[in-house]
Structures are given as C-alpha cells and as structure tokens.
Write a protein of this length. Sequence first.
Length: 357
Amino acid sequence: MAEDPGGGGEKTEDASSRKLDKAREEGQVSKSTEVPSVVVLMAGVLALHAFAYFIYQQFLVVMRDGFTFTGVPLLTDVEAVHLMFRSSQSLFLILAPLLSAVFVAAFVSNVVQVGFVISWKAIEPKLSRIDPIKGFAQKFTSRALMEFIKSILKIIIIFSISYMVVKSELSNIIRLYDQSVGAILIYILKIAFEIFVKVVLVMVVLAVLDYAFQKWKFLEDQKMTKQEVKDEHKQTDGDPQVKSRIRQLQAEAARKRMMADIPTADVVVTNPTRLAVAIKYDAISMEAPTVVAMGAGAVAANIRRIARESDVPLIENKTLARNLYKIVEVGQEVPSELFQAVAELLAQVYKLKGKTL
C-alpha cells in the first residue's frame, strides 16, 4: 500500500463509526447502481404487464381522437384546445403507472441499500466539480474502469441472451408469415418476456456481486491509518495530557475544599503520624457522622497542622483511623459497623468541650 501523505503510515485500521457517520453526512455511502437498475427494470415490466389493458384503452382514445377529426382548417380554437387537452390527459394516464412504478422502485431500492440520507454537502455547489481537468482525470480511475467493464459486460449478456433465444425460435419465426397480426404480436411479446426473464436473472446475480464489491471497496477506501485513529481518539475522548492535567486540577480543587472543611470538624483521628481523618457531626442536619477530610503522609500532616491551628481535637486511634481511611470516602457518612467506635470518640470530645451528642 502507498504511504499516507499525512505521515500516519498505511491505512490498515477499519474505519470507525464516527468516520463512517461523517462520510454518510457528506453523501459518501456504499451503494451499487446495479441494484436500482434491476429493480427499476422489473418494476417497469411488471407495471406494464399489470396495466397493459388500461394502457391499450388509453392508446385507443389517443388514436381515435387523432384519426376521427376532419377538416383541420375548420377546427376552431376551442376544439383544438379540447383535442390537445384530451391527448395530453391520455398520454399522462399512459405514462403514470409506469413512471410511478419506476419512481417507487428506484426510491425503495436506494433506501434499502443506504437508508434515508439527505446530504446537503453532497449537493452544495463547488467549482472543483466543473474543473475539466479533474473531470477528465476521473474518467481513468479504477472506479470508472470498473463501471466501463460492467457496461460492456451487460451489453454482452443482453446481446448473448437475445441471440440465443431468437436463434432457438428461428423455426417458429419463419412460420409467422401466415399468422394474423394479433398472433404475431402475442408471439413477439412471449419471446420478449422470455428474454426479459433470462436477462433479469443474470442481472440480479450481477447486482448482488456488484453490491458486495461496492461495500468492500467503500470500507477499504474509508480505512484509517494508526495516526488517524489516535487523532480521532483525541478528538472524541480528549488529549490524554489535557485530561491528565484536568484531573490534576480537579484533584487540587477537591483537596483545597477538603482542607477548608477541616476547621468545621469535631475531631481528627490519627494513626498517629501516617493517617489523619477529620469527622464532623451535626445532629440537626446529619443522620450520621461524616468524614470531611482524610489523607496519608504529607496530606495527613497538613490536616493535623490545620486542626491544631483551628483548635480541632486530635485523638490517636490507630484501628479506627485505619478502618475509616480504608472504608469511607470524603463526604460519606460513617458506616454502621463503625458507629460505636465513632460515637465513643465523639462523646469523649464533647465531654472535653462540655457538649452532648
């Protein structure tokens, strides 16, 4: 494979859902033109078969109006307008079933392939689209070559099937000279229908193969380099360095808030030097004592310093300090299994301060 011009290396990674969604917004989807062609052909012929008698009747109306009026110089303006209106109406009724069937078939076959997509970017005017040099260069791309090969293949298929069917019917065709016009028309329709069925069967196979190829080619074209994958992760999840810095700032902010809550604590339990846990209890606003600050090492030393400066009692209780540090997070209430130990600790502190629980 060729190296990626952006310096990211070879495109070896499958396209992400984000890139596929972006391509879809720009009108780039996996679609085969053969599928709508086959579906439209089948819909047109089926509509022609279903509305054959109706179309025949409308043709009779047009031909009757065209052959029955006489004296063109004596035709008044009103009669001329009336004749034109009737002819236009009949022609519209003739074409309406066929056009409706073809439109619905084309719409449904495209929606089934790619879903309902409206891409304004794909239809916005761009000067690059009218560049003759670029347009000429696109005629020699691999995609253009594939479309050319498919067109030649379809011509060969249709010609071969038609030739074989007609050749097999030569003995019957020779005997048509003594048949009525109606019988000849019925025979021609029968042969045409046989050719149509055989052509459609082959075209369906071709359409399925083309759809599989187009899907594979689209996914190959949308593949990404390892660098593109990294860049996309940065865009969606954020740059790891930036995220690390944000987490650091958030931790610092949380630490500052924690340190600011220490003066409001009722007691600080120590280990005695490695751990420090600040506990607060308000019987009016709290259901249970709450840990407002905790830390180890330097943080614990800082908690003890602020507690001394704020006249918050420091009590050494290695077991309780270790359990609180291990089980409880800052801002959480003391769990039930530690209620007794914390209550005794607070009772001791309140006794020293002359307060009650």
